[in-house]
Design a protein. Sequence first.
Length: 156
Amino acid sequence: MTRNTIFTITALAALTTNVAAQNNGLMQAITERDTAAVRHQAMLRSDVDVTDDYGNTALMIASAYGYDDVVAILVHAGADVNATGRIGNTALIVAVQNGHTDVARQLLDAEALVDVANDYGTNARELAMGHGHRDITALLNDVPVEVALATPVLAF
């Protein structure tokens, strides 16, 4: 098994384990893909960026399952598209890992950052290429590379 395969299996296990058993109405509605309940729960909350036991946000879970309708509700409700979970994954990274092109497109439209690396040093672009997701790779390659400067540029 490659490092990316092990990483993906671990990430999926973390996303799916024990979510249904939680006492969180929003998380439960997401796992059941109950859009009416998700919409209702999102309206009741001031913060839709709740997390599960593994630090995954509601948006990350919807992205992992490929629930584009649920992702749309959460983004509209103000979910942080660039929030990171316990191992540094973003909703975009999780969507890319699982090959969900439509979800990735929605997250990009909501200004998700492409080149944010997780704790393993991998970003969405690398995952798309590594997993052979050609449509997602093309989509991500249309986004300019984000450059983060570690030190300020000095003008002379």
